[in-house]
Design a protein around this ligand. Structure first.
Ligand SMILES: Nc1ncnc2c1ncn2[C@@H]1O[C@H](COP(=O)(O)OP(=O)(O)OP(=O)(O)O)[C@@H](O)[C@H]1O
Ligand SMILES: C[C@H](N)[C@H](N)CCCCCC(=O)O
Ligand SMILES: [Mg+2]
Length: 216
């Protein structure tokens, strides 16, 4: 079973889109433990709207915070303190996609980072790297912090128009497995997610939906 934590090199890098693609590819369950910002929509609602298979289940967020801000600030604004013991992975026999908020070292509470929660869950990690000037540094910092914490990278996803100089350097320098890349799409739709999901299924060794072979 694939149980994957989706993080990124920052906020707005495409974690929710990649989560939707992985959820569709694996017909996995989806869980966003901490949602900061509820309007115009939540990440779980976005993924639900992009996924077409009937198997995926969407587990309720543990925290739904009003402010679209860092989770520690959004929680403080509501007088809430997030604690590690508040979080338990949803029980499921299915594959599971867990989406973080922002990047790896985003604070949840004083002294508590998203990375601490990831270590608590012990899941393999998917890192989303959006291509922009500065993304090499942000990607290498993220991968180094994951390594320092003993978190295993299942795959890196480049998002945005290809930049071979950036992507080749990151791949050669770190040696992390690379998943299919995403182009900048004119619109993000169920059809786009379905197209990428087929590529990701192949990457996982799932030639036909639901039929599994050995993963790389
Ligand atoms: N490849 C792409 N093509 C077109 N639009 C994209 C692409 N990747 C991401 N986007 C858009 O960029 C925005 C940010 O992406 P997304 O919501 O997936 O980021 P995120 O990393 O999940 O952010 P957060 O930290 O808030 O969870 C969204 O509007 C999304 O639809
Ligand atoms: C509100 C936003 N879309 C994310 N959910 C949270 C991003 C937190 C970023 C904190 C930081 O790194 O400064
Ligand atoms: Mg998101």
């Amino acid at each position: 079973m694939e149980k994957l934590f989706i993080t990124g090199i920052g906020t707005d890098v495409g974690k929710t889109l990649v989560s939707a693609i992985l959820t569709e590819a694996l017909q996995a369950d989806y869980w966003k433990p901490v949602q900061a910002g509820l309007t115009p929509t939540t990440d779980a609602a976005t993924v639900r709207g992009l996924v077409q298979n009937q198997t995926s289940r969407f587990h309720p967020e543990r925290y739904r915070l009003q402010l679209p801000a860092s989770p520690h600030a959004a929680a403080a604004a509501e007088g809430i303190t997030l604690r590690p013991e508040d979080f338990q992975l949803p029980a499921t026999d299915n594959h599971l996609i867990v989406e973080g908020a922002g990047g790896l070292l985003v604070p949840l509470a004083p002294g508590l980072l998203m990375a601490d929660l990831m270590q608590q869950f012990g899941l393999d990690v998917v890192v989303v790297s959006r291509n922009y000037l500065g993304s090499i540094n942000h990607t290498l910092l993220t991968l180094e912090a994951l390594q320092t914490r003993g978190l295993r990278v299942r795959g890196l996803v480049f998002n945005g128009e290809p930049n071979p100089a950036t992507e080749d350097f990151i791949c050669q320098h770190t040696g992390v497995p690379v998943m299919p890349r995403l182009r900048a799409e004119a619109e993000v739709s169920p059809a786009v997610v379905s197209r990428y999901a087929a590529e990701f299924r192949a990457w996982f060794g799932l030639a036909v939906r639901g039929e599994s072979h050995s993963a790389p």
